[in-house]
Design a protein around this ligand. Structure first.
Ligand code: ADP
Ligand code: MG
Length: 148
């Protein structure tokens, strides 16, 4: 997947992420988890994007930034075919902390793992990680979302 999206509001970012979740459901039939590595400065929209993604997987619960909680687990709808959606904030963690969270099991199941500040634990993430970059645009609400 290679995509560059320009968003003009938090709402637009959420809707974009929600539609992306639909696509990931269909490609996520693998035994291994879909790992999404989110990279970007504070306020660039990583958590906003995550809220849209999680909604796209049919999770009803509201998503708050997990800055003070390293790992959050959500139950997606049965229809999504995904067992668990995990949201990880890697701002303060190291490779070892990730392993302590039961990482091996998480990445080998039918799960989706969304990681904010993923560049901080880059070496611990699998080869098949989908990297998503967030950048501020020229105007206040403009953001670029680049998927590799
Ligand atoms: N186009 C946009 N996309 C995402 N967020 C936006 C956009 N425009 C303004 N915002 C605002 O920017 C902030 C982004 O915060 P957040 O998603 O928590 O970023 P991060 O998790 O990267 O620190 C929110 O207050 C959001 O309302
Ligand atoms: Mg955040």
């Amino acid at each position: 997947m290679n995509k560059k999206f320009s968003s003009h509001s938090a709402r637009e970012t959420k809707i974009f992420a929600e539609s992306l979740a639909q696509k990931l459901i269909h490609t996520g039939k693998d035994k291994r988890a879909v790992v999404l590595g989110l990279v970007g400065n504070l306020g660039s929209g990583k958590t906003t994007f995550t809220q849209g993604l999680i909604k796209g997987f049919g999770v009803q619960k509201r998503v708050l930034s997990p800055t003070f909680v390293i790992l959050k687990r959500f139950c997606p709808s049965k229809r999504s075919g995904v067992q668990n959606v995990y949201h990880i904030d890697a701002y303060r963690i190291h490779r070892k902390d990730l392993l302590d969270l039961g990482w091996e099991k998480i990445v080998s199941g039918h799960n989706v793992v969304i990681i904010e500040w993923a560049d901080r634990i880059r070496s611990a993430l699998p080869q098949h990680t989908v990297w998503i970059y967030f950048k501020h645009g020229k105007t206040g609400d403009e953001r670029y979302i680049i998927i590799n």
